[in-house]
Design a protein around this ligand. Structure first.
Ligand code: NIG
Ligand code: FE
Length: 419
């Protein structure tokens, strides 16, 4: 049993606590449930009590001497951030593509010429499982240093059974060996591998008949994602893959309407996807369909910035009643970052989310997008003690002083892991 920890005198303790369960929409995204001079008692990996410093001082009067006491005076305290969309497990690096894009090439030009996802796929196939583990572990350390305590991770750089499984096994091992919680998504339909060019449906057959059954059998993933995009997988092919996953118990997610408007958001609503990702080019009908079905929009403003594209219509989506989450999209091509604080800043600057909405999108709604909201995403008694202390005194400053890592310390399951 670990020693009890008492964090006291937080200038703002942002709990995001609520009676309401499930993804938050509209005004509910701004209800942060803040406690001034806040205090929190952690023990046995769990949050045992929350209140003002005075309240907990009385409640634990006879135990305070034996607890580790953290004075959070002048500091903001929030739940650990959750990143619900990453491609963090991969081999190699693609800085040359960054230069190519600055010289005028587009993301799809590079991919169609055998670079992009195909380049990372080659490097991921070549690298040993151990090497990928070690590289990914470093990225997870960086996430943690930026206040992120849970992430989703996708396969999708294998594009063959063996390497897709290799990526998912790396995630399983990281879940055991790294403090970060990592929720695995199978994304065998991330691209059509070059040896299947012109035989796209045969690759879909392979995903449906071989990869998905194996992934489900070995319980290697919780979600099933598809890159539904012009020149990648059509809405029909995407639907087939997502429905096949559903029958095996994998919940659908979709990379939708990123480069072109292609009916991805509408498909997400139709198949009952938990979330649709990117949505830079989503149609008005797509937004309405997502609002109606409660599909979470997982928006990736760092990717839009990095590809020098206009950001998604986050403000409009919230106003239309779509629950919004935000994410780094951490990947070696379109968004090589692990900074959720930067993503929160960008959600405000480029999508006009308010600081409060941005924080909800990076914590509670993000947890909902990967179905871990019962455990994390808000500070409530009985939940996992995943907590960040920030070197700013209120949540607006966290968003206002941008491009800076304000993390003071990070607690994962009640244990200090950063700071
Ligand atoms: O979400 N859009 C497709 N997939 C990733 C990029 C992957 C890559 O370029 O390696 C994304 O942006
Ligand atoms: Fe992605």
């Amino acid at each position: 049993m670990s020693k009890a920890v008492w964090i006291k005198h937080a200038s703002q303790l942002v709990t995001l606590a609520s009676e309401h369960r499930g993804p938050r929409t509209k005004e509910a995204m701004s209800e942060l449930s803040i406690i001034e001079d806040g205090s929190i008692w952690l023990e046995n990996e769990i949050i045992q009590a929350i209140g003002t410093t005075d309240e907990l001082q009385i409640k634990y009067a006879d135990r305070i001497d034996s607890a580790e006491i953290i004075d959070a005076s002048g500091k903001l305290v929030t739940p650990g951030l959750v990143d619900p969309h990453t491609h963090v497990v991969y081999g190699g690096s693609r800085e040359r593509e960054f230069e190519l894009r600055l010289e005028g090439a587009t993301y799809m030009d590079i991919m169609n010429a055998g670079g992009g996802i195909h380049a990372t796929s080659r490097m991921t196939r070549e690298a040993t499982e151990e090497k990928i583990f070690v590289q990914t572990e470093k990225r997870l350390d960086s996430f943690l240093a930026h206040g992120v305590t849970s992430i989703e991770g996708k396969s999708g750089y294998g594009l063959n059974l063996e390497t897709e499984i290799k990526q998912l096994r790396v995630m399983r091992r990281l879940q055991q060996e790294h403090p970060i919680d990592i929720v695995p998504t199978f994304m065998g339909a991330h691209a059509v591998p070059s040896d299947f060019k012109g035989k796209e449906d045969q690759y879909v057959d392979l995903v449906v008949n071989e990869m998905l059954p194996r992934v489900a059998h070995d319980k290697l993933a919780k979600f099933n994602d598809v890159f539904c995009e012009v020149g990648v997988f059509t809405p029909e092919q995407s639907k087939r893959i997502l429905e096949a996953g559903k029958t095996l118990g994998l919940t659908p997610k979709i990379h939708a309407d990123e480069i072109e408007s292609y009916g991805g958001a509408e498909l997400a609503a139709e198949v009952g996807a938990i979330s649709a990702e990117h949505l830079l080019k989503v149609s008005d009908m797509g937004i309405a369909a997502m609002a109606k079905k409660g599909v979470i929009a997982c928006l990736l403003p760092a990717t839009a910035l990095y590809l020098r594209e206009t950001a998604a219509r986050g403000r409009e989506m919230i106003d239309a009643g779509v629950p919004v989450a935000i994410s780094t999209d951490c990947n070696p091509g379109s968004s090589p970052t692990t900074s959720m604080p930067l993503v929160m800043n960008l959600a405000c600057i480029s999508m006009r989310l308010t600081p409060a909405e941005s924080l909800c999108a990076a914590t509670y709604n993000a947890a909902c997008a990967i179905e871990i909201e019962d455990k994390v995403g808000s500070l409530e008694v009985g939940k996992q003690a995943d907590i960040v202390l920030w070197n700013v005194s209120n949540y607006q400053q966290l968003q206002y002083l941008f491009g800076v890592n304000h993390v003071n310390s990070v607690w994962k399951k009640g244990v200090k892991v950063v700071g």
